[in-house]
Design a binder for this molecule. Structure first.
Ligand code: NAI
Length: 253
């Protein structure tokens, strides 16, 4: 059976992915703050290193899939740390174990928000792998009362990182597809407060219009992710797949 690492496996999309993969016989190693096979804090370099070491120990050095769902949406320095570095450090740390698999697959969870306006200095700092600068920019943005671009910036940078990395040495040439799933609004604990507040719901519905089937359930995302992390997926890499009920098309034409 395949061994798939799922970050953020304790809640929402990650929990739905873990459940789907287990139901089809995959072995899932969940990584989360608690309620997971590997409990680690992906907001710190030490926590990420511990997570990679624990996964390598549990897997015996061969990892068939990685799905990075751990993320935060409330603006904070931790958002930048978890959303971006919590994914890139895990993917880079597990690359040798992925390369050792016969059919390795990586799926990163981005967001439709990655198409919204960004703080370019923050995106640049992230793509430069400069965590202290990125955190400093985030702290400045929050203290100056303009936190709204932190989340889009983290997700835009993540998509750009994936496109850059998927054809870098050690990825496509090692047989590792690396794709991004970008959800619209998914009904999870992360979005619950937004959906429950009529004023915030209105802002969100304007920012993320979903004419096809409306808000998604975590299971709707899990089915798409389940395909992208399976051996059935062969020649697709570096793609940002919007699973967003038509939001990206509506917004960008
Ligand atoms: P969620 O809040 O239900 O689950 C996120 C998980 O990440 C939680 O289990 C949490 O403990 C974990 N996590 C947070 N900080 C962590 C840390 N420092 N170390 C380890 N684990 C940590 O959220 P949801 O909705 O399932 O989100 C999953 C991903 O999907 C996130 O990357 C989010 O940005 C993205 N997304 C969600 C959307 C939505 O509408 N719910 C829309 C677009 C993207």
């Amino acid at each position: 059976s395949r061994l798939v690492v799922v970050t953020g496996a304790a809640s929402g999309i990650g929990a739905a992915v873990a459940s789907l993969l287990r139901s089809r016989g995959d072995r899932v190693v969940g990584v989360d703050l608690k309620d997971a096979e590997v409990c680690a804090d992906l907001s710190t370099p030490e926590g990420r290193a511990d997570a990679v070491a624990a996964v390598l120990e549990l897997s015996g050095g061969v990892v068939d899939g990685l799905v990075t769902c751990a993320g935060l949406s409330v603006p904070s320095p931790a958002l930048v740390r978890v959303n971006y570095f919590g994914t890139t450090a895990l993917a880079l740390g597990l690359q040798p174990a992925l390369a050792a698999s016969e059919a390795p697959r990586v799926v990163v969870i981005g967001s439709i928000s990655g198409t919204h306006p960004v703080d370019q200095a923050l995106v640049d700092a992230l793509l430069d792998d400069d965590e202290s600068l990125a955190v400093w920019i985030a702290e400045q943005a929050i203290s100056e009362g303009r936190p709204a671009q932190l989340y889009p910036s983290s997700k835009s940078a993540l998509a750009q990182w994936a496109r850059r990395t998927c054809v870098a040495p050690g990825w496509a040439d090692a047989g590792i597809p690396l794709n991004v799933v970008a959800p619209g609004v998914v009904l999870t604990p992360m979005s619950a407060a937004l959906v429950a507040n009529p004023a915030m719901k209105k802002v969100m519905d304007d920012a993320v219009p979903m004419p096809l089937h409306g808000y998604a359930a975590p299971e709707d995302l899990a089915r798409v992710i389940g395909f992208l992390v399976s051996p059935e997926l062969t020649h697709v890499t570096g793609q940002v797949l919007y699973v967003d009920g038509g939001a990206e098309v509506t917004l960008r034409g």
